[in-house]
Ligand binder design. Sequence first.
Ligand SMILES: *[C@@H]1O[C@H](CO)[C@@H](O)[C@H](O)[C@H]1NC(C)=O
Ligand SMILES: *[C@@H]1O[C@H](CO)[C@@H](O)[C@H](O)[C@H]1NC(C)=O
Ligand SMILES: *[C@@H]1O[C@H](CO)[C@@H](O)[C@H](O)[C@H]1NC(C)=O
Ligand SMILES: *[C@@H]1O[C@H](CO)[C@@H](O)[C@H](O)[C@H]1NC(C)=O
Ligand SMILES: *[C@@H]1O[C@H](CO)[C@@H](O)[C@H](O)[C@H]1NC(C)=O
Ligand SMILES: *[C@@H]1O[C@H](CO)[C@@H](O)[C@H](O)[C@H]1NC(C)=O
Ligand SMILES: *[C@@H]1O[C@H](CO)[C@@H](O)[C@H](O)[C@H]1NC(C)=O
Ligand SMILES: *[C@@H]1O[C@H](CO)[C@@H](O)[C@H](O)[C@H]1NC(C)=O
Length: 465
Amino acid sequence: MERRPIALLILLALLPFYTWIGGGAAAVPPSPSPKASPAPSPPASNASPRPPSAAQGSTLDPRQLTALQSMGFPTATDPCADPSPHGNATACDDDTPFRHLVSLRLANCSPDLDIPTTALRALSTLRSLAFLRCPIPVPRHLPGPLTASLRSFSCDASLRHLTGVWLSRFQNLTDLSVVGVPVSASGPAVILSQMHHLRSATISATNLSGVVPHHWNALGLVHLNLSSNLLKGRIPSSISVLGLIQTLDLSSNALTGSLPDTIGDLAALKNASFARNSLSGPVPDSISQLSALVHLDLSSNQFNGSIPKFLAEMKGLKLLNLEKNNFQGVFPFNASFLRRFEVFKVGGNNNLCYNHTQLSSSLKLGIAPCDKYGLPVSPPADRSTRADSSDYSDDSSDEGSRDRGSNGGSHHGPSKLVLGVAIGLSCFVFLVIFLVCFSKQLFSLISFTITVAPFSRIKKRFCRS
Ligand SMILES: *[C@@H]1O[C@H](CO)[C@@H](O)[C@H](O)[C@H]1NC(C)=O
Ligand SMILES: *[C@@H]1O[C@H](CO)[C@@H](O)[C@H](O)[C@H]1NC(C)=O
Ligand SMILES: *[C@@H]1O[C@H](CO)[C@@H](O)[C@H](O)[C@H]1NC(C)=O
Ligand SMILES: *[C@@H]1O[C@H](CO)[C@@H](O)[C@H](O)[C@H]1NC(C)=O
Ligand SMILES: *[C@@H]1O[C@H](CO)[C@@H](O)[C@H](O)[C@H]1NC(C)=O
Ligand SMILES: *[C@@H]1O[C@H](CO)[C@@H](O)[C@H](O)[C@H]1NC(C)=O
Ligand SMILES: *[C@@H]1O[C@H](CO)[C@@H](O)[C@H](O)[C@H]1NC(C)=O
Ligand SMILES: *[C@@H]1O[C@H](CO)[C@@H](O)[C@H](O)[C@H]1NC(C)=O
């Protein structure tokens, strides 16, 4: 009985060391906490900078202040004086006696925030409304004055589920952006057809189905981004009515058929992506008329025919991605042409080859050299492996090494380390247990040999402390 305190003491003495090691092992989970702390920190930095200066005599309309409060929006400082770039944000007009909200962004809301209809009614001066990472229920009743006043609506990973009909009520919008929210509608037309003033429309990663609209009322559209949805069917030739369009992103859908010839009428087009669809046929010659084109991405489709020579005359082109298609024949360009590009990809076209007397294999185009008939050289077994390996080096060598890293090295590295730490730790634990047990024996031995008086003194001191 007397010896137990001593064993306990040894354990206690070792405890700090043990928890330090334990802390070291647990140092992986704590990393989210520094990540979580920036979220609370913005309000602190918001609160400090400008509140007093922007008061300018008039303050926010009390009805709107109440509305903000009912939405859980922090109103400790004047909401009109809060130009936070990332989190919640507002902008106000300069009306007297009360200022009014013209812009509101709710960020990182709690998922059970329910915006009261009265609050929305009070916010009908808003011209811009944005939700950022606010996975809250969709406000069912949209007051008419609010839908009429909004010019910009943005919803990024927010509002659990949207319908096309709900979105279509914002008929005066110039800017619409819905990203990463499921949207149910029979097609983009349901949402867009009544928005005559649109200049920028992004409906991306929404699982939106249907077809690319055939009729357009928003003839002033400059940016159209319907990427990463479930759109089917052909790209209608009527898309050419969008004469001001600069950005057209239809990538990552299920579009079929060929690119319409009328694409050449989009004279302002700078940035076009049709990547990751099932488009086929040749690259239309009319593309050569797109003199403003900077980025053209046709990758991961079934485009075929030869690579058009007119691309050499398109001097503004900086990104050209033709990889993973069915292009065939002799690659028509030389090295000085390729040097013009920031990004040029042509790998993954199995019937395409390059003239090795004109282009060096060190360019790593990801395609095979031609034989004398202009066909890819095909050493029976060797070719597929060579095409594969050069594919990867062309795709981007760091992607290849990243793959290799995640499959091999980086997986082995940590697992070896973890194993080492585990073995070390268990050895240490055994050592501690052994020491504790052994120390019992040791002390019993000692207590027999040493006179009783000093031992009891030691024991007393230990028990007191
Ligand atoms: C932003 O506003 C929402 C409610 O509208 C609130 O839940 C959240 O805490 C606010 N975020 C910050 C950083 O103040
Ligand atoms: C668009 O705004 C105008 C005023 O600028 C307004 O008269 C009209 O009702 C609004 N349209 C819709 C559909 O809300
Ligand atoms: C789209 O559908 C896929 C598959 O059903 C799902 O995993 C994904 O989360 C959906 N995306 C959105 C934004 O709801
Ligand atoms: C289209 O929207 C997606 C999602 O927001 C974005 O990642 C992509 O860059 C946009 N495309 C263009 C051309 O801006
Ligand atoms: C084109 O869109 C991509 C994103 O898809 C973007 O990175 C690039 O800057 C855009 N280029 C131009 C010229 O707008
Ligand atoms: C391209 O593919 C289409 C079918 O998608 C086919 O009809 C056409 O003959 C092909 N063209 C060439 C040049 O191979
Ligand atoms: C490369 O091709 C372009 C036209 O595609 C031509 O003008 C240029 O002279 C060629 N350069 C060389 C070095 O062959
Ligand atoms: C490759 O280029 C040479 C001239 O540089 C030419 O004589 C030869 O026919 C070309 N080969 C093919 C397959 O086009």
